[in-house]
Design a protein around this ligand. Structure first.
Ligand code: NAD
Length: 471
């Protein structure tokens, strides 16, 4: 049993190797298996690192233009195959096809953007302040990288790492999330078809992420870890990376505040709220987590959001949660909020199976001490709390160890800029509910991570500066 677009085996050194064991991938919309994929052991992962290390010198020496053209061909192939890739993503995530199509377009954009950036890696030529020699800097690939990705955007989170790493001249071992390895495997095949040399990208899905990771992080040939996932796992990986003094990039969890001021355009705010809350059924690190609404517009905003969410059809407009644990976790957060005084205006209980569906839910009067206000919800639940003024809204927004993204809605430009500067977040959406773009630097502050992906900055994560002192 396997999907027609997903090759069997582990992708190591440009060939599909038969594994000793395999594991099932389930469709969360039905709970049924859709494919079996190879299950890598720590030994397999080290063989993947052998391949990446062997390929590193020649890939680093490959002309930037040649690397760029491979990425561009991969973009063209992904665009041509957008429909089957979207179907594949839907089969492993269970979500509506329209959302998977949007992800494929976003994922492809990283290939295009970094094909354009591959030829723009520069250095500097300066005269030393003493005037008697030159300071010459260049930037080259960091070396073999280990990339770990989450399940929630199984293709885009992969291209957001793979594309800049390839552009920079790095080779890599990719470990996709065990729930969603299919699109990552399809990408390996697509890149090979685009002309990527053997060994540059190796893919090792596994049901034993901790063992595989320990083996790779303990190997002195590895130079860099790039991780996207939960803050909890990220913290552990940072500690493990200390032994090898690895370069690290960490894209971790968020707890996004969504501020609606009394001077906001309420239609725009509701539109932004639906996008920021419901995309991927709320299973996004940039999902609006806490609606912080000025009390003067609270009823108007809540009423309009209620109307929009009530019209969302489960299954057609929003997909399921990833698994039963996720469903139980979201349900537990809603129950806790109710016990602490929040009122359910819409939804509020899981849907009967098959699949792990939770309906769009609206909670009002959510107290600050409710778990739902402090943790990432990762589900389609909008939790609204009201505040009397700008300063209390900003204080509430910043009262979290996370700092990935924040959203604010206001028609007052001065306020938008003032609050935008005061919010402790790596990204701020001003009068819009979507910030993700391959051309923009994505990343967080505080416990949401280290480094940036995408934008002009994204390639820097894979480059090391070398300085030549020239007499
Ligand atoms: P997760 O941390 O459970 O898993 C992420 C990846 O880490 C998976 O590939 C998993 O197999 C691997 N992993 C788990 N335990 C490991 C271990 N001990 N050693 C090595 N690898 C291990 O997260 P998830 O549930 O897949 O994803 C959801 C989380 O990811 C949320 O917190 C979300 O906010 C975050 N996320 C962040 C961003 C961002 O850009 N900041 C983007 C998407 C998701």
């Amino acid at each position: 049993m396997r999907s027609e677009m997903t090759p069997g085996g582990l992708f190591i050194g440009g060939v599909w190797r038969e594994p000793n064991t395999t594991f099932e991938v389930l469709d969360p919309a039905t709970g049924r298996a859709v494919a079996r994929v190879a299950d890598a052991t720590a030994r397999d992962a080290l063989q993947a690192l052998d391949a990446a290390s062997d390929a590193q010198p020649s890939w680093a020496a490959t002309a930037p233009r040649a690397r760029a053209e491979i990425l561009r061909r991969a973009f063209d192939l992904m665009t041509e195959r957008a429909e089957p890739l979207a179907r594949l993503a839907t089969s492993e995530l269970g979500r509506p096809l329209a959302e998977s199509r949007a992800e494929v377009a976003y994922a492809a954009d990283f290939l295009r953007w970094f094909s354009e950036q591959a030829v723009r890696v520069g250095g500097e030529y300066r005269t030393a302040p003493s005037g008697d020699y030159r300071i010459v800097t260049s930037r080259g690939p960091v070396g073999p990288c280990y990339l770990i990705t989450p399940w929630n955007f199984p293709l885009a989170m992969v291209t957001r790492k793979v594309a800049p790493a390839l552009a920079a001249g790095c080779t890599m071992v990719l470990k996709p999330a065990e729930a969603t390895p299919l699109t990552a495997l399809a990408l390996a095949e697509l890149l090979a078809e685009a002309g990527l040399p053997d060994g540059v990208l190796n893919v090792v899905p596994t049901m034993a992420p901790a063992e595989v990771t320990e083996a790779l992080l303990g190997d002195g040939r590895l130079r860099k870890l790039s991780f996207t996932g939960s803050t909890e796992v990220g913290r552990r990986l940072l500690a493990q990376s200390a032994a090898g003094i690895l370069r690290t990039s960490m894209e971790l969890g968020g707890n996004a505040p969504f501020l609606v001021f009394d001077d906001a355009d309420i239609d725009d705010a509701v539109q932004g709220a639906v996008v920021a809350k419901m995309r991927n059924s709320g299973q996004s690190c940039v999902a609006a987590n806490r609606f912080i609404v000025h009390e003067a517009v609270a009823e108007e905003f809540t009423g309009a959001l209620h109307e929009r969410l009530a019209a969302v059809e489960v299954g057609r407009d929003v997909g399921p949660l990833i698994d039963r644990d996720a469903l139980e976790r979201v349900d537990g957060l809603v129950i806790d909020a109710k016990q602490r005084g929040a009122v359910v205006r819409l939804g509020g209980a899981p849907q009967p199976g098959p699949g792990w569906f939770y309906p769009p839910t609206l909670l009002i009067g959510v107290p600050d001490d409710a778990a739902i206000a402090r943790q990432e919800i990762f589900g389609p639940v909008a939790a609204i709390a009201t505040y009397p003024d700008e300063s209390s809204m900003v204080t509430a927004a910043n009262a979290t160890p996370a700092g990935l993204v924040a959203y604010l809605f206001s028609r007052d430009l001065g306020r938008a800029l003032r609050v935008g500067e005061a919010l402790e977040a790596g990204m701020v959406g001003i009068n819009r509910g979507l910030v993700s773009n391959a051309a923009a630097p994505f990343g967080g502050v505080k416990q949401s991570g280290l480094g940036r992906e995408g934008g002009i900055e994204g390639i820097d994560e894979y480059l090391e500066v070398k300085y030549l002192a020239v007499q």
